[in-house]
Write a new protein. Sequence first.
Length: 106
Amino acid sequence: MVMLLIDDYKQAIENASQAIQVNPKNANGYTMRSFAYLLSGNNKQASEDIKKIIKIGSEPGAYFLRSIIHVQMGNNKGAMEDLNNNTCPPPRMYLRGQRVQLPLLE
């Protein structure tokens, strides 16, 4: 998590990958890695990790994270579908002290 705060996404991805190797069924490693991929602009890899999180089934915010990727890729319909599937309100996420919010969808 600290690596995300200092914009060291490569190291954050490596740390999360190591956590996943230790316990492949722990969604936290995939969540942190997908967020690092998302922040580094690698939407495809972030999406792959989110699919794994959803398959594990222990992270209710996974659909919210995937909706962010859909918006970045111009897929507002997919984002709305994921938001409708979400089982909890979106998490409050902060980046460099600023709250990160999902853009309004039309």
